[in-house]
Write a protein that binds this ligand. Sequence first.
Ligand code: C2E
Ligand code: MG
Ligand code: MG
Ligand code: MG
Length: 286
Amino acid sequence: KAKENGKNQYRFFDAEIEQASDEMQQTRIELKHAITQREFKLLFQPKVDAMTRLVHGAEALLRWEHPSRGLLSPSTFIEAAERFGMVEEINEWVISQACHTIRKAREIGIDLSISVNLSHQQFRNKHLGEHIQSILDINQVEPRSLILEVSETNAIHHQEQFRDTLRHFKTLGLKVSLDDFGLHPFSLSYLQNLEISEVKLDRSLTKGVAISQVSLSIVEAVVKLAHALDLNVVAEGVEDEEQRLALATTGCDQMQGYLFSKPVEQQFLFDVFSDLQHRTTTKSLF
Ligand code: C2E
Ligand code: MG
Ligand code: MG
Ligand code: MG
């Protein structure tokens, strides 16, 4: 009897695997299709100066306009794209799209920097730096207009190689921002050994500052250290006035979040700039 059960269980497990791999196959086909049929697009979330609320630039956030499932966020497909080895191609598209946006902005008199998110898989490619540089060259965009966001998780999992790549980036004039900072313990000591120019405080820290004195003290310490290392500090996921006020007291440089703007279409980003440029010669969201 036990043997029979065991066998049934085994069969059941088999069927599950089969179904899962069917779904994977389906996702793989759909992602391939998405790349060739250009079903991806970028939205842009403004980065706002903490003191003046002027917009300095924006983060490009990838979206998949899926034919039947609607607009999808990266959390629903980036892992699959990484598994199927497609993320490099997708992210190269992201960088060239970001370059187009930088150029279009320049054509209408707007000087902005765009941040793009890299995938940890891209760091396996020894020629990543040259690759990015050639995309910039083709589009006639200077490195200073592009910021490469790299999740802190990378720094921890691929320490040596990661550091080498960042050093290489620096020689090419490419700017790097350490994303999702604060998700992991012992983060602080990494900062001084990495060739980066910006730190992005994870949303969990932003949430914490308005609620707990301890969190606020942690962020204060991070900002102090970052400034001592000459790094720009951006807080992400700022949703309400309490968080903004608490963060402002820490001296953090820039903020990003729904309080200021959700991720928007390129045209809307430009409108925000030009509208207010006309009225006040500044670029404030308010
Ligand atoms: P991230 O780089 O940390 O981006 C911030 C995420 O927080 C974005 O989600 C953004 O829409 C969301 N967000 C912004 N403000 C707020 C807020 O006030 N409250 C809340 N609750 N959320 C806020 P999104 O666009 O779904 O992107 C998720 C992650 O996917 C990104 O996290 C990034 O790691 C990754 N990603 C985005 N674009 C790309 C890409 O082009 N390539 C790769 N490889 N990954 C990407
Ligand atoms: Mg990011
Ligand atoms: Mg982040
Ligand atoms: Mg995040």
